[in-house]
Every structure is written in structure tokens, then in C-alpha cells.
Design a protein around this ligand. Structure first.
Ligand SMILES: [Mg+2]
Length: 495
């Protein structure tokens, strides 16, 4: 059975698929530095600062995302083979990860079939086998069978049961994974209301009949509650409720700021204290599948990193993005071979209207296209902000690289347009102020690059929209009207 809403664009669906994985990782990294801490005041700033019990680096994700990546990499190969996922968990454990949950460690330290070991553990320790360690890693599962909640439910339960066979753990993974898929395909535009609790209720029908009522009550109690009401959040039920409570009790900002709900909710989840990285990872999976990867702040994405089953290579936001897109497409890249293709620049240069080599400098930052990219790198660009799909080798690894999901195809493909333009402008400003030689580009600098340049001039250089658009349009190209509207909605930075 396929169940999708055809009015939601493919690009938004992809942004939400990536968002589920990326926001979970971002929540994990945000909470890492606060793990096992007390609840924090509502006005306490929360950052992906690192530190914590295991001395994480700033922006580094923890075991939650390491294990999620063990699942994601199998799905990105186009497989849903449970044994391959189990093998990745084994590999991960054998490398001695910095942090590993007690229950996960107990299961993975025993030889034999994981399903049997986990089932026996649940039988032998009925009151100590319902940790949050499978819910924390379930974000990628929904990508395995888009629009097929019955398949997702089965897979979520099976993957949970590799380490967490307790029925509460399996149920929670089913409800969360089905909710992720439901939101990807059914959540409306960012300016429309949406109930996260109702999205979680969609999965009730995929639970065994005798457990639905209990979960309906648990969901009801969490809907609109404070996440602090669920302090035993190492337990899967409280972790589930704390995450849902954070999502449903954080007000959605009005107008173009709606997507900021993702950031505000993750901060809210972390301030509840306890198992902060895991609750925020669980929360992030739900939030990302509604607001999309484009709602994850660039400042978080820029430093986000960690590993999967093996300690190397170190993966970044771009790697999670690529793997999530492949996973959601049965392991296949798009017709142009992206993601995974070494060079998209080669592809762009063979387009019927290839890029012309546009290049302009405004207040010390260079803006251009995929022809001038090479020159910018040769000239020593230290930060490259790409506003288009890129190949794996188009930007050398010593250059800081950030890829932004801004589309030149229409308003409906950009659910967080104002927010995204402002966020990219702030990211450029941060890189520029830190003394980094910064280059911003899209394919041909006809639409996206002049729009972002104008947003940056408005936000950080005191231009009004008319002047910013005129300057960016003269230097590069005047963008099309929906992007002009987006630029006109950009506000000057507050400081
Ligand atoms: Mg963790």
C-alpha cells in the first residue's frame, strides 16, 4: 500500500527525509554537552558545545547517531537486511565506542544471534529492559519504505528487537517511525497548523490491538505537557513522552519563522535535563520530518560530525544528507548520478545553457557560479557555501563546505524560504567575520546566488531590499520573482 499526498513536492519530501536524520543528529550533538545534567532555566542558552560525560567535541554526535548511521548505511545501499544492520552494530561495538547504553552493551557483548540474545535479555529482566536505546536510533527507518507505513512498522520493530526486544521499545519505534513517514508525506506547508501528537497516533493501528489503548493514553498525557514531567527519560516511555511533550508544548513562531520551531524545540528538550542527547535526538527525528533539513540551523550543520560503525571516516552533515537521500530512493541516486557522483560541476558545464563564469565581490565576500568556483578555490577560499547539488570531489576536503537546500524552481519547493535566506546570510557573516575567505555560489549565479547576496546585504550591511536586489542583480543577475519576494521578507540582523 502506498500512501502519499501528491500535492507535496518531491523536493520538500526529500528535505523532510533528510531532515529526520539530520535533525536527530543535530539534537544528539546539541544535547551531548548536557547529558545527565539537571533541568536548565527556560532562558538558559543551549549550544552544541560538546564536553559532557564523554568529552565530545563541539558539534560531535554520540552513540545515538552512531547507531542510527549503522542503520542508515545499509538503507543507503538499497537494502533492508536486518543481518547487515546487526553486523554494523557488532562492528560498532567491537571498536569500543566512547559511550554505549547499558542494555545495548549487555546484548552486544554476547556472542550469537542478536535477536535471540535481546529476546532472552527482555525475558530475564522484564523490569530493566525498556531503555531508550532503540528509539534513539530509529530516525532512518522511515526512509526504507516511503509511504508504506505497514512495512516501516515491521522494520522498526525488528530493528529495535536486535537490542531492545521489550514490547514498549518496539512499540515506541513503530509509532515514531510511522509518524516520521506520515509527516514527510502529509504535513502541510510551514505556515499551516499541524499536530505532532496526531502524527504519532497514526501508528497506533500498527501496534498489536491489546497495546493501542495504553499508548493512546501515554500520547494524550504527553500532548502539550512539559518534557520535565517525564524525568525518567532513560526509560523508553518517558523518553518518548518527553520528546512528544517538547514538540507539542513549544509554540510554533508566527509567519516566516515557523520553521524555527525545530531549533526552539530541540533547545527546550535539552533544557529538560537527564538523558539530553537521546531525548533531543528522538525529538529531532520527529521535528525534522515536519520542518525539513532546511530548518536545521546552518551554525549547527557546519560543525556537525561523528562516525558510524567504524571510528573513521569522520562523517559530516553532507554525508548524512547524501545517505538519507539514497536511503529514501531505494539506494539509487537521481538520473544525474547524484548524490555520490564525483563531479556535478562537469554536469553543469554540459547543460544546454551552461554557467557563464559570473563572479562578484560584495564587502569582502565573493559570489559566483560553478565556473568561477575553481578559481575561487585556487585563490584560497577557505569556506565554500554551495546553493546547489554538488559532487563528492567538487570541493577539496581541506575547504570548509556547506551545501544549502535552496531551490530556484518555485516557492512551493522552499518551505522555509525567509528563514533559509537569513540563516545562510548569517552563516556567511560568521565565516567572513572569523577571517575566512568565503565563496558563495550556485550553478550559474542567476537566481540563488544573487538572492543570497542580497539577503546578506540586507541582513548585515544595512541595505534596503531595493538596493540589495539592485546591487546583487547588477553584479550577478536579477533573480526570478518568487526569490525577489523571499529577499523582500528578509529582516536586518538584530545585533
Ligand atoms: Mg548518546
Amino acid at each position: 500500500m502506498s500512501d502519499v499526498n501528491p500535492t507535496i513536492s518531491d523536493r520538500v519530501v526529500s528535505d523532510r527525509h533528510v531532515g529526520a536524520v539530520l535533525a536527530a543528529a543535530a539534537g544528539d550533538a546539541l544535547g551531548a554537552g548536557y547529558e545527565f545534567g539537571p533541568p536548565l532555566p527556560a532562558d538558559e542558552p543551549v549550544h552544541p558545545r560538546g564536553g559532557g560525560s564523554f568529552n565530545w567535541a563541539p558539534g560531535e554526535w554520540t552513540d545515538d547517531t552512531q547507531m542510527a548511521a549503522c542503520i542508515l548505511s545499509v538503507l543507503a545501499d538499497g537494502s533492508t537486511d536486518i543481518d547487515s544492520i546487526a553486523a554494523n552494530f557488532r562492528t560498532w561495538y567491537q571498536h569500543g565506542p566512547a559511550d554505549v547504553g547499558i542494555q545495548t552493551s549487555t546484548v552486544l557483548s554476547q556472542a550469537g544471534d542478536l535477536r535471540s540474545i535481546a529476546a532472552e535479555h527482555a525475558r530475564a529482566h522484564p523490569s530493566h529492559s525498556a531503555g531508550n536505546g532503540s528509539l534513539m536510533r530509529t530516525a532512518p527507518v522511515a526512509l526504507a519504505a516511503p509511504g508504506q507505513p505497514d512495512v516501516i512498522a515491521q522494520l522498526a520493530a525488528e530493528i529495535s528487537a536486535l537490542t531492545h526486544a521489550d514490547l514498549s521499545c518496539q512499540d515506541a519505534c513503530v509509532l515514531w517511525s510511522v509518524a516520521i513517514d506520515h509527516q514527510v508525506h502529509h504535513a502541510p506547508r510551514s505556515d499551516q497548523p499541524w499536530s505532532f501528537a496526531d502524527a504519532v497516533r497514526v501508528g497506533l493501528e500498527y501496534l498489536p490491538a491489546d497495546r493501542r489503548d495504553e499508548w493512546a493514553v501515554l500520547i494524550h498525557r504527553a500532548d502539550g505537557a512539559s518534557p520535565r514531567e517525564f524525568p525518567k527519560n532513560g526509560w523508553v516511555v518517558h523518553a518518548f513522552q518527553a520528546a512528544l511533550a517538547a514538540a507539542t508544548s513549544t509554540p510554533v513562531p508566527p509567519g516566516p519563522d515557523a520553521g524555527r520551531h525545530l531549533q526552539l524545540t530541540l533547545e527546550h528538550a535539552v533544557r529538560a535535563g537527564g538523558d539530553t542527547d537521546t531525548v533531543a535526538a528522538i525529538t529531532g527525528a520527529l521535528l525534522g520530518s515536519r520542518w525539513g533539513a532546511t530548518a536545521v540551523p546552518a551554525a549547527w550543520q557546519r560543525i556537525l560530525h561523528g562516525h558510524a560503525a567504524d571510528p573513521t571516516p569522520v562523517l559530516t552533515a553532507i554525508d548524512l544528507d547524501s545517505q538519507a537521500r539514497l536511503a529514501a530512493n531505494g539506494g539509487r541516486p537521481d538520473p544525474n548520478g547524484w548524490p555520490g557522483r564525483p563531479s556535478m560541476v562537469d554536469h553543469y558545464r554540459q547543460l544546454p545553457r551552461p554557467p557563464q563564469g559570473r563572479d562578484a565581490e560584495f564587502h569582502g565576500v565573493r559570489f559566483g557560479d560553478t565556473v568561477t568556483l575553481d578559481a575561487a578555490i585556487a585563490d584560497g577560499a577557505q569556506t565554500v557555501v554551495s546553493l546547489c547539488r554538488m559532487g563528492t570531489d567538487d570541493v577539496p576536503s581541506h575547504v570548509e563546505h556547506h551545501v544549502v537546500g535552496l531551490h530556484d524552481t518555485g516557492h512551493s519547493d522552499n518551505p522555509n524560504l525567509t528563514l533559509l535566506l537569513e540563516d545562510v546570510a548569517d552563516h556567511i557573516q560568521d565565516a567572513h567575520l572569523s577571517g575566512r575567505s568565503t565563496y558563495v555560489h550556485c550553478v550559474a549565479a542567476e537566481n540563488r546566488t544573487p538572492s543570497v547576496a542580497a539577503a546578506w546585504l540586507i541582513r548585515h550591511h544595512g541595505y534596503d531590499a531595493d538596493n540589495a536586489l539592485a546591487v546583487a542583480g547588477r553584479g550577478l543577475n536579477p533573480p526570478q520573482s518568487f526569490l525577489v519576494d523571499g529577499v523582500r521578507s528578509v529582516r536586518p540582523a538584530e545585533d
